[in-house]
Design a protein around this ligand. Structure first.
Ligand code: PXG
Length: 291
């Protein structure tokens, strides 16, 4: 496996960063999770824009232009001979000293690109649906740290994930400080009620996911289902007709039980199934060509 590290393609064994890198020491860095399907990178422009926005928000200068980054991504996918890929793009603050102050990171930020395969959940979840639980770990308040900064510090989400796993399920619903639904640990959440889709928005503490945006577009424009973005309570989730999660790694996964409440009849919903079908067609027919 070839990894892109600071301008060069190196073997996996040689892809090393310093223990003084502030990404390692403090989680001081940013990332994107991107997918390529059928030799096309899905929503690349949106992912690069979000990476550059994360960089701006944490005052990190990415040592490349967007076009160069696009070329580096394509080069890495081709070097690994992948047609479908999960791409992890990481930019760290770079090598510094023992101290938070980023001014002591004299070196340019490190840029790492890993292309691999990812299976977020078992295959049967996509056919039969999955069960999730609400956990006590609240999503960090967005007035402290915006969920839109995809930083290298995912402890908030990892703590929630561990609670879910301890309860015997694979995913957690995270609430915001007010006790309303924010999102899951690496996915956005949607419910369907009477033919209308509902999903928490940015002000509820959700990261504005790129898969979320694609699903909203498909629902509104292709299937003509209304979409309402805003506040979502657990009551609305428990009593929904359908529920599903969206994310680059997860894609679209139906949810059939939440906190031991069976959603509708406990099988993936019809609208969810329709959106999955449309999403699969969209990802294979759009995106930035790799070849
Ligand atoms: N919420 C959170 C907190 C995320 O980290 C999403 C929603 C979905 O956004 P996109 O743009 O991917 O539709 C994410 C992003 C993984 C992994 O397991 C995936 C994400 C984050 C961290 C790790 O590879 N998804």
């Amino acid at each position: 496996m070839k990894i892109f590290l600071d301008g060069k393609l190196v073997e996996k064994e040689d892809a090393k960063v310093s223990v003084f890198d502030h990404g390692f020491l403090y989680g001081d860095g940013i990332f994107e999770g991107i997918r390529a399907y059928n030799d096309r990178i899905f929503r690349l422009k949106e992912h690069l824009e979000r990476l550059w926005a994360s960089a701006k928000a944490v005052n990190l200068e990415i040592p490349m232009h967007k076009k160069e980054m696009e070329k580096a991504l394509i080069k890495t996918i081709l070097a690994n001979k992948l047609n479908d890929a999960y791409i992890r793009l990481i930019v760290t603050r770079g090598r510094g000293d023992l101290g938070l102050d980023p001014r002591n990171c004299a070196n340019p930020p490190s840029v790492v690109i890993i292309t691999d395969q990812i299976k977020m959940y078992p295959e049967e979840f996509y056919e039969k649906g999955m069960e999730v639980v609400t956990v006590s770990t609240r999503r960090i308040r967005q007035d402290s740290l915006s969920p839109n900064i995809k930083s290298l510090n995912y402890l908030n989400n990892i703590l929630a994930k561990m609670q879910a796993v301890k309860s015997g399920v694979d995913e957690a619903i995270m609430l915001n400080a007010e006790g309303y639904v924010a999102e899951c640990t690496g996915d956005n959440i949607f419910i369907v009620k009477n033919g209308v889709l509902y999903t928490p928005d940015g002000s509820e503490g959700a990261l504005i996911g790129i898969t979320r945006d694609a699903v909203i577009e498909l629902a509104k424009n292709k299937s003509k289902f209304p979409v309402k973005e805003g506040r979502l309570s657990l009551y609305e989730v428990y009593t929904a007709d359908e529920c599903f999660l969206t994310g680059t790694a997860a894609e679209i996964v139906p949810v059939v039980a939440v906190d031991s409440r069976v959603i509708a009849d406990g099988t993936p919903g019809k609208i969810t199934a329709k959106l999955i079908k449309e999403f699969k067609a969209l990802v294979r027919s759009s995106g930035t060509p790799v070849k």
